[in-house]
Design a protein around this ligand. Structure first.
Ligand code: NAP
Length: 256
């Protein structure tokens, strides 16, 4: 075991299962000694996430639905009451209606647009505000984004627009929280087969294209995302804030 996160506590939000990018990140942080608090959205996930958490030394799991202010308040108040101080926070959460990822973007409903923005972008602001109060030593807040924020990726649609808002939020949060020693960054991961990714139409075609055209000629391994997150969450990344770090086999540098 390494020591990059020894004595540090990391909150990792968005572990649905072993294939979640959040789980790969949790593994990298735990490998370097972090104490982990994993969150899941609903009771239905409780047993599975608890099982994943207990596999990490000192790991624990708790429910937190980031679309509900009362749930966020309850969860963070619980941490405060127990005297938990956070060093790293990972926000690995997104949601859009499947139909909004299947129909043309111009057909997106008002409700579908707002839902994607709420869960996938605003929730970072809601989490950062509450988490910052538990980061007296400063620390790192990290979110997950995708190339579809700045380029048109077929079928990414309303989620691309939500990721654009998420990336802008990273910059504003970084500017405001920097004075408290809190860094805010995003990892832009290449496509990885996860439960969320399955909602995107023709996702396997995107994977095939990446494997052929990315500079590294292969798709992204979740472990690569985990280790990049470790860099940003630990002191190794102490000079980096407000940034979007691509972990995508180099895909983002390619033209058509
Ligand atoms: P995932 O395993 O399905 O993780 C998404 C997580 O978001 C799930 O744990 C889900 O919980 C949670 N979530 C959704 N709504 C929530 C809410 N209201 N409150 C709390 N949690 C909520 O998929 P993933 O691919 O690892 O996604 C993680 C992040 O990486 C997302 O931001 C995604 O956009 C980003 N990303 C993914 C890829 C990719 O190709 N996979 C590429 C770049 C960026 P439930 O399962 O309980 O709903």
């Amino acid at each position: 075991m390494g020591e990059l996160m020894q004595g540090k506590t990391a909150l990792v939000m968005g572990v649905a299962n072993r294939w979640s990018l959040a789980y790969a990140i949790a593994r990298s942080l735990a490998r370097e000694g972090a104490r982990l608090i994993l969150t899941y959205q609903s009771e239905r996930q409780r047993a599975a996430t608890e099982e994943l958490a207990t596999a990490f030394a000192g790991g624990e799991a708790a429910a937190c639905d980031v679309s509900r202010d009362d749930d966020l308040d309850r969860f963070f108040a619980g941490l405060r009451e127990r005297g938990v101080a956070l060093d790293a926070v990972v926000h690995s959460i997104a949601f859009a209606n499947r139909e909004d990822l299947e129909h043309p973007f111009y057909e997106t409903s008002r409700a579908g647009f707002l839902l994607a923005q709420d869960v996938s972008a605003y929730s970072l602001v809601a989490v950062a505000r509450r988490a910052a109060e538990l980061m007296p030593r400063g620390g790192s807040i990290l979110t997950l984004t995708y190339l579809g924020a700045t380029r048109v990726v077929p079928n990414y649609n309303v989620m691309g627009v939500a990721k654009a808002a998420l990336e802008a939020s990273v910059r504003y949060l970084a500017a405001e929280l920097g004075a408290r020693g809190i860094r805010v960054n995003a990892l832009s991961a290449g496509p990885v087969k996860t439960a969320s990714a399955r909602a995107i139409k023709d996702f396997s075609k995107i994977l095939d294209e990446v494997a052929q055209r990315a500079p590294l000629r292969r798709v992204t391994d979740p472990g690569e995302v985990g280790d990049a997150a470790l860099f940003l969450a630990s002191d190794l990344g102490r000079g980096v804030t407000g940034d979007i770090l691509f972990v995508d086999s180099g895909c983002h540098v390619m033209g058509f």
